[in-house]
Design a protein around this ligand. Structure first.
Ligand code: CP
Length: 306
């Protein structure tokens, strides 16, 4: 694995290798991981052309714990704001001896373009491109599910909400089907579920009640207002009435179901605060596991393993 651009197309053996490697970076209390020298002398450039709290910070923590030098380019204050092209930006940062680019961009495919233009020893990791893919989120979601549920082969996983605009949903679906998840459901209004879902091997449900019934795992998605035109955008109130996950509706799922959300959360729009903060929520463990999973991904691509 030279780059990590998508989960799509990666075989089960590589996904499992990444998850197993991440296990080595999670300590007994799931929190403190000692610094290791795997990326010593390497320069990791974080290029976030779109905003981020979790992904950017956990990539920075992960790279630091791998002993890399981490450079966070402040895109708003960079010369990209003066019109410098993406590839010119990359060429100039490459001239500063970059070894790895972690890229988030609003345009689907931007990390692929970068990967085509960097030198062979430089690695590119997709930290979310448009509505296309968010592979490390998909992997940390798989790590979280495996941590709490052990085995994918008996699981029903429901992915609920704005599937149409969600790069997380796509990465989760590819990862879940590759890892042998028994049933993957996508749940949302017709306007927010893409037409190719059935071809991806998932069951489409248009009511929350049907979608989460007897589910083991519920992954809630944010309404991505910034990617919607007016006609598509449901009112928050109407959306919550039909698709918002409340403590009452959660009772339709298995009693030991876990609730996930990639964040950022719109409380009271796709999910009730009582569920976010409730005992079935694993939203914050997802964030913590993101560090170990990103350490695993960076160490594997840097070592050209797998
Ligand atoms: N889950 C996720 O990608 O969150 P951020 O946008 O804060 O990175």
């Amino acid at each position: 694995l030279i780059h990590l651009l998508s989960v799509e197309g990666l075989p089960k053996s590589i996904l499992t290798h990444i998850l197993d490697t991440a296990t080595n970076f999670v300590s007994v209390n799931d929190r403190e991981v000692k610094k290791v020298p795997l990326l010593r002398g390497k320069s990791v450039f974080n290029l976030f052309f779109e905003n981020s709290t979790r992904t950017r910070t956990t990539f920075e923590i992960a790279a630091t714990r791998l002993s890399a030098d981490v450079i966070n380019l402040d895109i708003a204050r960079s010369s990209a704001s003066k019109g410098e092209s993406l590839l010119d930006t990359i060429a100039n940062l490459s001239a500063m001896a970059a070894d790895m680019f972690v890229v988030r961009h609003s345009e689907s495919g931007a990390p692929y373009l970068i990967a085509q233009h960097v030198a062979p020893h430089v690695h590119v990791i997709n930290a979310g491109d448009g509505r296309h893919a968010h592979p490390t989120q998909g992997l940390l979601d798989m790590f979280t599910i495996r941590h709490f549920k052990k085995d994918f082969s008996n699981l029903t996983v429901a992915i609920v909400g704005d599937v149409l605009h969600s790069r997380v949903a796509r990465s989760d679906i590819h990862a879940l089907t590759t890892l042998g998840c028994a049933e993957v459901r996508v749940v949302g209004p017709k306007t927010l579920v893409p037409s190719d879902m059935a071809q991806m091997g998932v069951r489409v449900c248009h009511t929350l009640e049907e979608g989460i019934k007897d589910a083991d795992v519920i992954i809630m998605l944010r309404l991505q207002n910034e990617r919607m035109s007016g006609a598509l955008l449901p009112s928050s109130h109407e959306f919550f009435k039909s698709y918002g996950l409340t403590p009452e509706k959660l009772q339709l799922a298995k009693s030991d179901a876990i609730v996930m959300h990639p964040g950022p959360i719109n409380r009271g729009v796709e999910i009730d605060s009582a569920v976010v903060d409730g005992k079935q929520s694993v939203v914050l463990p997802q964030v913590t596991f993101g560090i170990a999973v990103r350490m695993a991904v960076m160490s594997i691509v840097a070592g050209n393993e797998a």
